[in-house]
Design a protein around this ligand. Sequence first.
Ligand SMILES: NC(=O)c1ccc[n+]([C@@H]2O[C@H](COP(=O)([O-])OP(=O)(O)OC[C@H]3O[C@@H](n4cnc5c(N)ncnc54)[C@H](OP(=O)(O)O)[C@@H]3O)[C@@H](O)[C@H]2O)c1
Length: 294
Amino acid sequence: MRVLVVGATGFIGQRLVRALNDAGHHVVAFSRSASEESFPEGVEPFDGDLGDPDSLSGLCEGVDAAYYLIHSLTADNFAELDREYARRFSEIASDDGVDRVVYLSGISGDEENLSPHLASRREVESVLAEGSYDLTVLRAAVIIGAESASFRILNDLTDRLPLMLVPKWVRTPCQPIGVRDAISYLVAVLEADETRGETYDIGGPSVWSYESLLKLTAREKGKRVFIVPVPVMTPALSSHWLRLTTDVQYAIARPLAESMRNPVTVDPELDLQTVVPIDQTPIEEAVREALVSA
Ligand SMILES: NC(=O)c1ccc[n+]([C@@H]2O[C@H](COP(=O)([O-])OP(=O)(O)OC[C@H]3O[C@@H](n4cnc5c(N)ncnc54)[C@H](OP(=O)(O)O)[C@@H]3O)[C@@H](O)[C@H]2O)c1
């Protein structure tokens, strides 16, 4: 199958390109920085910018299936850009007769009161759903891996702050997933025709909170952290606090921190594990692996 990965140089994209290549697909790897050196032999790089229509000519030609892994969180107007990019991609994919598109979105939990980041992920789902291909949406919470922005925040915080005064949302339930499992699910849906046109949640085998994830990350590094939730800490204050405590670009850390108020656990009725079962990695193991390559 000729498979296009849109966002191929990112945290998920790089791993997905390798996995699809290993599975015997002909992979076209697209981003603004795609070059032959970035990918294994046989992968076809496609350098272009979703913000520049002229650079997209031929992007979906002959493509059977595409993965959409784009977000623009570094921009203030990320929701507007992500809407525009998704619409542009959807039109090109539809015009060129792409059969399937798989989009990796965010678990939103409570549909009311979504953070701007999670609301934007949802909006991209609706925009992509307008295309003529079969769309499969996989929604994940925090994906654990060395280059994941969310995991890097956990790692930096536990390195730098033995005592943390944190917003009360640190106790919000979340169901992270190890990056290996996320890639396994992404690859598996391509072989599973029953996942066409469907939306699923993907997660690890257990529910955590940001507090327990921080403690786990510290423990795996042989450290202890003391975490004190403070009810009066506002979203603005807590994101400024992140500016001082993590190397993750503030523009990315801020919307991720704002999303911490939304519970992000797998809805049992949408759990992909019941349709495409994989051997799930315990989160303790995923954190250990991420720390080794961090
Ligand atoms: N990481 C997580 O924990 C997590 C959790 C849940 C859901 N997700 C979702 O998973 C997807 C992938 O996330 P990620 O963590 O892999 O993101 P990432 O590391 O930031 O990768 C984003 C990719 O998109 C490309 N890109 C961005 N703007 C582009 C443009 N205008 N034109 C062409 N390419 C562009 C980037 O490459 P260039 O900058 O080189 O162009 C990069 O390859 C996103 O939809 C995200 O919402 C991630």
